[in-house]
Design a protein around this ligand. Structure first.
Ligand code: ADP
Ligand code: MG
Length: 474
């Protein structure tokens, strides 16, 4: 919880120091949670426009950005604001055209944008009506099973989620999903909720983050309304709590959660939990809770593989109706390995750019658009890496980079590797020769010439080399 709290009523000047400090913290949290790439693409352009009657108005330069931010980040921005400033209960994202494409972010230069009278706005209100909607969070319509790409790293979690969603009786209880950030935990949980609601609308499904659970609990305490709180939570058929690690170290919330959990388990209701770690690795959790969390089915989602990333790119490209050439897809799958969210963010940027400038997506445009993101991983390239990548690419053994074999299928890749070593490192010809099984510098020189020649003759070979170069050149 923020230390600095101040409630506001009526109109607040956005030049207010404290409001700006709060906004800066909200931005900081968004950056931490969604990552640098997503932040730069979607959230950095946001500007604080006005605060009025408990509502924060946030300006974005385009309609496209407004829709995107509202659906993807609206809820999160609102909840971060409410935490910073107790008087805020809703946000409003509006289009505020700016002269400059990059908004001024420094406090002193940030202009207070005039609000256009006819600006179309999308509201993300706090659900205040009674009933299930009030305590739960809304579900993202895109997070369905159909839109979930299954691969080795997530097939077990997917199968478990499917099973729970498909059965009318309680199968595994609780289902505990865990994995690193941006790997699809929330997506799977929403998918389960959608599926159950569709199959059996009479079953009440409640999905919310652990953070929201805490917020509701604290609020119930404050308003001395804990009975209603308990009742609400203990009357659902399916309870899903996302990111349960959040209540680590928050003792009274944990206590309440423990009781809610036990009560539902005793009644034979389904519980689904997600976290960034396995139950036994959760920090600041009481032992009894940890052991209960792990007593059902525990399924982890592993880091993505190259194949899964390719599959995800293909699926998302299709959804966006974008033509992404195979080379570009391979390039992205090689380069952006951190998580699916980053990968999606990168692809969105590439597609948005192509749409805006009205040109096809190419390897060049992709590299341009993602320049900052790719440079963030900047590092020195070694000859060993080049050998490894090239060997992988042409499906030969690394040992063949050093061997004396002269068969074309190993000699050519070896020449490619020498050529790239010359291009991408500052090593001299004799040094490179030594790394390739003690070959003479004239052999390296010959390889460089040969590859240059082939590049000129065969455009698909040239593209291959280009792809390898870009992959290596972080
Ligand atoms: P987590 O909750 O694990 O941090 P999310 O479920 O929010 O991750 O996933 C981040 C983004 O990546 C979402 O937009 C989600 O739709 C997408 N995503 C993750 N895994 C997959 C997948 N296997 N197939 C399709 N999209 C995925
Ligand atoms: Mg999540």
């Amino acid at each position: 919880m923020a230390v600095e709290r101040r409630a506001y009523f009526g109109v607040i000047s956005v030049n207010d120091e404290i409001v700006h400090a709060q906004w800066d913290r909200v931005r900081g949290r968004l950056r931490d949670e969604f990552g640098e790439a997503a932040f730069k693409s979607w959230l950095n352009p946001l500007s604080l426009a006005e605060i009025k009657n408990g509502q924060v108005r946030i300006g974005v330069p385009t309609r496209f950005l407004r829709d995107w931010v509202a659906t993807h980040y609206g809820d999160r921005i609102r909840s971060l604001w409410s935490k910073e400033n107790a008087a805020i209960s809703a946000i409003d994202i509006i289009v505020v055209p700016t002269a400059a494409t990059t908004p001024a972010v420094s406090r002193t230069t940030r202009p207070a944008h005039p609000i256009l009278a006819n600006s179309a706005a999308i509201s993300v209100p706090t659900p205040e009506s009674p009933g299930m909607e009030e305590i739960g969070a809304s579900l993202d319509p895109r997070y369905t099973f159909d839109n979930f790409v299954v691969g080795k790293p997530n097939e077990f979690a997917y199968a478990a989620a499917r099973r729970v969603a498909d059965s009318d009786t309680v199968s595994f209880n609780p289902l505990f999903l865990y994995g690193g950030v941006g790997l699809g935990k929330t997506h799977l949980m929403h998918a389960v909720a959608w599926h159950i609601r569709e199959r059996n609308p009479s079953r009440s499904v409640l999905y919310l983050s652990a953070e929201k659970f805490m917020y509701r609990f604290v609020r119930a305490l404050r308003y001395q309304d804990t009975m209603a709180f308990k009742e609400q939570f203990r009357s659902v058929d399916v309870l899903m709590i996302d990111d349960v690690q959040f209540i680590g170290g928050k003792d009274s919330t944990q206590e309440e959660f423990f009781h809610t959990f036990n009560s539902l388990m005793d009644q034979g209701r389904q519980i689904i939990i997600s976290a960034d770690k396995s139950p036994s690795d959760l920090q600041g959790m009481e032992e009894r809770l940890r052991s209960r969390l792990g007593c059902g089915l525990v399924a982890d989602i592993h880091a993505t593989t190259y194949e899964l990333r390719l599959g995800i790119i293909a699926a998302k490209a299709e959804q966006m109706n974008a033509t992404v050439p195979p080379k570009v897809a391979e390039f992205l799958a090689h380069k952006i390995q951190s998580n699916v969210r980053e990968l999606e963010g990168a692809l969105n940027r590439v597609v948005a750019h192509a749409t805006l400038v009205g040109r096809d997506i190419t390897l060049e445009s992709t590299q341009d658009v993602l320049h900052d993101l790719l440079r963030a991983n900047d590092r020195r390239i070694t000859i060993e890496e080049i050998q490894k990548r090239v060997a992988e690419h042409f499906n030969i053994r690394i040992a063949d980079m050093h061997s004396a074999r002269r068969a074309r299928q190993v000699a050519r890749p070896r020449q490619v590797a020498m050529y790239l070593a010359k291009q991408l490192t500052s090593r001299s010809l004799p040094e490179i020769g030594r790394k390739f099984g003690g070959r003479d510098h004239t052999t390296v020189m010959h390889a460089v010439k040969k590859i240059e020649e082939l590049r000129g003759q065969d455009s698909s070979f040239a593209e291959d080399i280009e792809l390898l170069r870009r992959m290596l050149e972080n």
